[in-house]
Write a protein that binds this ligand. Structure first.
Ligand code: ADE
Length: 231
């Protein structure tokens, strides 16, 4: 089996590469892809760079070029739900693109013909995440993640995303990775640790907590990989 582990930023995959230790590096389509044998599976690891376009390219490359059969995304997010604090983990049940807007034609936000507002994440991996959380003694929140090509640092935009997508967290890659994996029939799991509250302090909070929150998420995702391999 080949499992893809993806992040958007170097900080999001650094703890994973550190844990794996031994890997080869291949440059392809403007990115570096790290390949490793881990236990009895093959891993392909990469960060995409920020945003929906780069994450679409990377997820597609991992699947179509490198042959990934499952994809796990690890990274950080802005909290929308008041239940979520810096460092908390959120598992996406479904994802949407909050900046996809052809509402001028009467369509709901996040919808284009032949698409859907939400894309569901893999239920099996969500179930595994509950087992992992229990074994690690960690709390996880399951919820909706909204994705867009915007760093949200504004209460009004955040509240708009809450009202229109019932989102619990927001970020800049999950929704596009979800579309790719869904179209190519590859089960996917998106995990994020909160780095900020998508409010006027978001950029300061993001800078302060990127590394620690990325580590929280990466450690959990590696436990997920272990559990997937054991099954
Ligand atoms: N990722 C982490 N925090 C974010 C925010 N406030 N907006 C968009 N993506 C994020």
């Amino acid at each position: 089996m080949k499992i893809a582990i993806m992040g958007a930023m170097p900080e999001e995959i650094a703890p994973i590469l550190e844990k794996i230790g031994n890997y080869t590096t291949t440059e392809y389509a403007g990115n570096k892809y790290y390949e490793a044998k881990y236990k009895n599976v093959d891993l392909i690891i990469a960060y995409s760079k920020i945003g929906k376009v780069f994450s679409t390219l990377t997820a597609t490359t991992m699947i179509e070029h490198f042959g990934a059969q499952k994809l796990l995304f690890s990274g950080v997010a802005g909290a929308v739900s008041p239940d979520l604090r810096v460092g908390d983990l959120i598992v996406a049940t479904k994802l949407a693109q909050h900046d996809l807007d052809i509402s001028a034609f009467g369509h709901p936000f996040g919808y284009v013909p032949e698409g859907s507002v939400y894309v569901d994440a893999d239920k099996e991996m969500i179930a595994i995440s509950k087992e992992v959380a229990q074994s690690m003694g960690k709390k996880i929140k399951e919820g909706i993640i909204a994705t867009g090509d915007q760093f949200v640092a504004n209460e009004a935009r955040k509240n708009w995303i809450l009202e229109n997508f019932k989102a619990d967290a927001l970020e800049m890659e999950g929704g596009s990775v979800a579309v790719v994996c869904n179209a190519l029939d590859v089960p996917f799991f998106i995990l994020r640790a909160i780095s900020d509250a998508a409010d006027m302090d978001a950029s300061f909070s993001f800078d302060a907590f990127l590394e620690t929150s990325a580590l929280e998420s990466a450690e959990f995702v590696m436990q997920m990989v272990d559990r997937i391999i054991e099954k």
